[in-house]
Design a protein around this ligand. Structure first.
Ligand code: V47
Ligand code: SF4
Length: 354
């Protein structure tokens, strides 16, 4: 590793895209991890965050049918499903002591915007104490199309119905040459960024993701991170960045294998170093596995997501992790890593220190 990059990072200076690519090529994983950890500790010290949350995926019927997605179904497919409002209320009522509902799903070919709003209203009414992180930019764009309303009007209605934050899904890889191979029907990267900028202007905090380990290369990853860093400079409102490791099983992306542990850790580390204006980097244990997610707490990550309860998107693509972790298990993973567990809500308000 070039001394110049190392000293820049230690001095808290921004690295450029060329330097980020060099970091991806760095063979000395431990050295890279130490640098990422120094950035993490500057921001969040020894603290690690996790949430008590419940994922709800209202439907997997989806008009887009992204090639990397094993979750979605066409109308009439055997594995297709849709939840009724009553079913979702039942899930919410049984969800126990949690701080967040995380609601994302497919672009249902028949549901109208009103139905998606009603989901928020019903859950908010039933569990007013639980924050709702819902609907990716892809769904929000879809709402604007099916309702004929402007983006700002859609966001205003979602807020009124109970939306508290927006998750980071749908970003995938922004660069058009890759995007057209992995999700040709999905909104462009530019539109995804427009929507998050509009959310931030409206005071809605959001997250950002990057799906890696499929057909992209390091340059595509860095170009993705560059767009995110610039957007956060111009229009701040991102809370966490979440790198998502591609799971190939049951997808239409062929001849690609699961990511390796080294690539996962490098991606977390380079993201932490490069995205100096993102408060948090999340290691989504569902995708990484509990063990690697735990190790990543020394490679730049400061958040493990949450208890989750039921996860469909990655499990339908072959994830071997459990679908839920108990709060005690998350605390144990963090403690045994020598870190301090903080139970948080969607807005990173600490609810309980362990
Ligand atoms: O956008 C789909 C990804 C995302 C696969 O904001 C896949 O807190 C791997 O964004 N292998 C949705 N990944 C999930 C998501 C998320 C998850 C956890 C927390 C947050 C947050 C956001 O899942 C999609 C896509 O990038 N995905 N299929 C697959 N086969
Ligand atoms: Fe639909 Fe999202 Fe799956 Fe793409 S990733 S097919 S938009 S559910």
């Amino acid at each position: 590793m070039k001394k110049r990059i190392e000293s820049k990072i230690k001095a808290g200076e921004r690295i450029n895209e060329q330097e980020a690519e060099l970091l991806f090529q760095e063979p000395d994983l431990i050295r890279l991890g130490k640098l990422a950890n120094s950035v993490k500790e500057r921001l969040t010290g020894n603290q690690i965050f996790f949430n008590l949350n419940r994922h709800i995926n209202p439907t997997n019927y989806c008009k887009n049918r992204c090639r990397f997605c094993a979750f979605s179904a066409g109308f009439g497919d055997q594995h297709g499903y849709q939840l009724s409002l009553n079913e979702m209320e039942e899930i919410a009522a049984k969800a126990g002591n949690i701080y967040e509902f995380h609601i994302v799903g497919g672009l249902h070919p028949e549901w109208d915007f009103e139905y998606y709003l009603e989901i928020l209203r019903r859950l908010k009414k039933l569990r007013p104490e639980v924050l709702i992180q819902a609907y990716t930019a892809v769904e929000i764009d879809h709402f604007s199309k099916i309702s004929g309303l402007s983006l700002d009007a859609v966001i205003a209605q979602l807020k009124q119905a109970g939306l508290d934050a927006v998750p980071g899904g749908g970003a995938e890889i922004f660069r058009p040459s890759v995007r057209k191979k992995i999700c040709p029907e999905k909104i462009s990267g530019k539109r995804w960024r427009q929507i998050h900028a509009a959310l931030h202007r409206a005071g809605v905090q959001s997250n950002a993701t990057m799906l890696y380990g499929h057909l992209e290369n390091y340059s595509d990853r860095v170009a993705h991170l560059k767009e995110l860093r610039e957007l956060q400079d111009r229009s701040p409102g991102f809370q966490a960045f979440i790198p998502l490791a591609f799971h190939p099983r049951n997808t239409r992306i062929k001849n690609v294998r699961n990511t390796t542990g080294v690539d996962d850790l490098k991606t977390i580390a380079v993201s932490r170093i490069y995205l100096d204006n993102f408060p948090h980097v999340k290691a989504f244990w569902i995708m990484l596995g509990e063990k690697l997610a735990q190790v990543s707490l020394w490679f730049g990550a400061d958040d493990l997501d949450g208890t989750v309860a039921e996860e469909k998107i990655t499990h339908m693509a072959g994830a071997q992790t459990p679908e839920a972790l108990a709060r005690e298990e998350l605390v144990r993973l963090i403690r045994e890593a020598g870190r301090e567990p903080n139970e948080r809500d969607t807005w990173y308000r600490v609810k309980q220190k362990w």
